[in-house]
Design a protein around this ligand. Structure first.
Ligand code: NCD
Length: 323
């Protein structure tokens, strides 16, 4: 693994190796002095050209807990505002010899584009448009592994997961579907036809194996995990739902519906949450919610990804600044 641009392209053993490494990093955040020297002398640049709170903070904390030097660049203070291309910005950063470049971008494919062109540093996708958000899916899997197997790194298989909401525009959903398919779990996609179209079953999308439900109760019946998604309003070019009130009435995940249809299910949400729209506070803050755990374990997962990539064998850097 030279870069991490998506779950697509990973093997099951890559995925298990990342989860196992992450498991071993969890205790670092539980120490009084939350720091290990593992990546001392390494440099990590977080290039975030789209808004982010938890992912950016999580990568920064992960890098710092490993003693790497971490630098954050966000849209407002990057030269892309002055008309510089993404590639020129990335090559300028590359010329300063970072070991890992973490990229969030509104265009799908931006991290892959850079990964193909940068030779000197590893590229990590921290969310690209509607494409993938691999570290979110991996931290979701880590959360399930730690919760369901009480901290023992074990293969996560034979599970049923329902992903509810705006699957069409969600990079989190996409990465999670690919991850769960790799592990052999049953994946159900639940939501209105406009956001969960039949075409998600196409061979160039998720394929026939994925199950589609347009009714919330049917979709979550008997599942082990319900992953609730935020409406990706910023990526919807037009209206996909009549109103948030109507969406909430039909697809809002409530404790009553869970009790009725999936009494033992745990809840995941990547955040940010819109309480009262896709999820009620009773569920989000209740005993079945793994949301705080997801955020907590996200740091360990990102430590693992940064560690594996920053210590890999490198190609010779290009040393070029422009195309
Ligand atoms: C997600 C994202 O940005 O893709 N958030 C996150 O990274 N935790 C999900 C979202 O924005 O709804």
């Amino acid at each position: 693994m030279r870069h991490l641009t998506g779950i697509a392209g990973l093997t099951k053993s890559d995925l298990e190796k990342i989860l196992e490494t992450a498991h071993n990093f969890i205790e670092v955040s539980e120490r009084e002095i939350k720091k290990v020297p593992t990546l001392r002398g390494k440099t990590i640049v977080n290039l975030f050209l789209e808004p982010s709170t938890r992912t950016r903070t999580s990568f920064e904390i992960a890098g710092k807990r490993l003693s790497a030097d971490t630098i954050n660049i966000s849209a407002g203070d990057s030269s892309t505002k002055k008309g510089e291309t993404l590639l020129d910005t990335a090559r300028t950063i590359e010329a300063m010899a970072p070991d890992v470049l973490v990229v969030r971008h509104k265009e799908s494919g931006a991290p892959d584009f850079l990964a193909k062109r940068l030779k000197g540093c590893a590229v990590v996708n921290a969310g690209d448009g509607m494409h993938e958000h691999p570290t979110q899916a991996l931290l979701d899997l880590l959360t399930l592994q730690e919760h369901l197997h009480s901290g023992q790194p074990k293969a996560l298989s034979g599970l049923k997961i329902a992903i509810v909401g705006d699957v069409r525009h969600s990079r989190v959903a996409r990465s999670n579907v690919l991850g769960h398919q790799l592990l052999g779990n049953e994946v159900r996609l639940v939501g209105p036809r406009t956001l969960v179209p039949e075409s998600l079953k196409d061979p160039d999308c998720f394929g026939e194996k994925v199950k589609i439900f347009w009714d919330l109760r049917d979709g979550i019946k008997g599942v082990d995990i319900v992953m609730v998604l935020r409406m990706q309003v910023e990526r919807q070019g037009r209206f996909f739902i009549p109103s948030t009130e109507e969406y909430s009435r039909e697809y809002g995940v409530t404790e009553n519906i869970l009790k009725e249809c999936a009494p033992s299910a745990v809840i995941l949400h990547p955040g940010p949450m819109n309480r009262g729209v896709e999820i009620t506070s009773e569920v989000a803050d209740g005993p079945r919610s793994l949301v705080p755990k997801q955020v907590r374990l996200g740091v360990a997962l990102r430590m693992a990804v940064l560690f594996l990539l920053a210590t890999r064998e490198k190609e010779e850097p290009t040393g070029e600044i422009s195309r």
